[in-house]
Design a protein around this ligand. Sequence first.
Ligand code: FRU
Length: 462
Amino acid sequence: MPISKKQSWHIEPPWGLLNDPNGLVWYKGNYYAFFQWNRFAKDHSSKAWGFATSPDLVHWQFRGSALLPDQLYDAQGVYSGSALEIDGRLCLYYTGNAKQQGRRISHQCLAISTDGRHFRKEGPLFAAPAGYTGHFRDPKVLAVLQGGYQMVVGAQRDNGLGAVVLYTSPDGFRWSYGGVVGTSREYQMIECPELFRLEDAPVLLYCPQHRDNAADTSLDSFSVGRVLDQGPDASRPLDLDTGWQRLDEGFDFYAPQTFRTPDGRRILFAWMSRLEGEAETAFGAGEPRIHCLTMPRELFRRGQRLCQRPVRELRELPGTPVPGETTESGRLYRPFRRAFRFTATELAAERNLDLTLHEGEWSFHYDAAAHTVTVERRCWTGPGQDTRTVPLSALSSLELWCDQSSAELFLNGGEQVFSARIWPASSQASLLIAGLPPESPVQLTLLPDDLYRYLPKEEETQ
Ligand code: FRU
């Protein structure tokens, strides 16, 4: 009997396929996490916006769909976008994707809600300007300190190469083209760009993508961020091929989006499952759904480096501690559920450290002499392991957050992050840690089992 991959505390739909987080916002007392949702199948054939809400970033309630592809201008997909509250109204900006005689036509569109439950489409705001192809999408809107609004859009220029484009607006409704923020010579498309200020510096996030332009298919893509010296300047477009850091070194992290909480923190969610082809089909087989969002993380910076740590609300969540036992191979924990958090602090920089999760479904190795960390997970499309190795000058702390079929690892307070879906092979959860200095504080805590609900409580019990 295969073991279910259903997550217990991550946002995922009850059925179908989830991809990018969209429209993250705090509105009238609730957090909103919209997301790309195919509610018909576990593939990318149809795209709507689904959503979940939360009063506290910890307890989430799935709410169904918000925007469906039911207009001529979005008939082939209500694609990714963002949200902003303007004068008490929740404004959702998204890309309407349409195809005419095989040609892709995109519009940046607006929908409005005044109650967070009903969404009224206002129609297209503008089409792709001259000089760009139909790959023109993912509007991310930002309120500017001096007044007015900015929007960045991911684009492909007529020469078949990627760019990020800026629009400006006095009121969030009337938009004017503001020039090019940056261009690429290496990538055929830039998806999901985002611009914001973080601790007083401008930051740009984006996803460079290689495409086969003749076949109009994606080849590979990943997610990066960079701290800029100054805000966007159309007279000096950025070179998007250099100067970035990867936001996550695990296997499954794409299309991140952030928003600002009322208390001023910048929170990030990403799509945790950028699986392709065979890996995606295999992972979803026998399940009603595929893919989830990452856990919410606070984005902050240490100088020019973008760092992420689990949101305070999750870190402060009380949980049941699970004692470990000392074995010949190291300290062993056997929690009775796979939803837990593990922390180890005051680690020794000069000592190797190993973590083995669920008897090898996922593992981590810190090599103190080589100054590297390696994360591995058992491959599910063939024999062997998927492996990533990155440099790390010294290891001082780690935090591992697990759910039924995922592991999110934060090193040195968030300096390096690894997110991965894992394939549950055993119903016995376990974590083995080897190389731990005897005096290092460690703790494994079970997470509560009522954090994510598909239906309101009353409906679930009827
Ligand atoms: C990124 C992306 C976006 C697009 C959406 C469609 O994963 O390709 O560029 O808006 O997914 O689902």
